[in-house]
Design a protein. Structure first.
Length: 113
């Protein structure tokens, strides 16, 4: 499900996040619910912005995609694959600082997917 705000050709949702999640979980056969937001962020030490996916919900999506490392367990941990790590000169366990909407967040890369 994709939602947005007026002006980007998407209709804003009539329900809040918690209500949407509850309805999705109530669907017959639903095994899990996961929310995703894609945003452009600045990364300290890089000239070009990066794209960051933010997820919330059931972690079962990681069960089949982790090649090395582990799923994030707490705030300040991120998933980063080789396609992101290598060109940015990063390795698993490195800390990165991202800036998004005026907020800076420092996180550690724990997973290579």
């Amino acid at each position: 499900m994709t939602t947005g705000e007026p002006g980007n050709d998407r209709t804003p949702p009539r329900l809040g996040d918690a209500q949407i999640e509850e309805r999705l979980r109530s669907l017959p056969g639903a095994e899990g619910v996961r929310a995703r937001a894609l945003s452009q962020a600045n990364m300290t030490g890089q000239n070009q912005p990066v794209f960051a996916d933010f997820y919330r919900g059931d972690d079962s999506v990681y069960d089949h995609s982790i090649v090395k490392g582990r799923a994030p367990k707490a705030a300040g941990e991120i998933v980063a694959g080789p396609a992101f790590l290598t060109p940015h000169g990063l390795m698993l366990g490195d800390r990165v600082t991202l800036e998004l909407n005026g907020r800076k967040i420092t996180a550690t890369s724990w997973v290579s997917s």
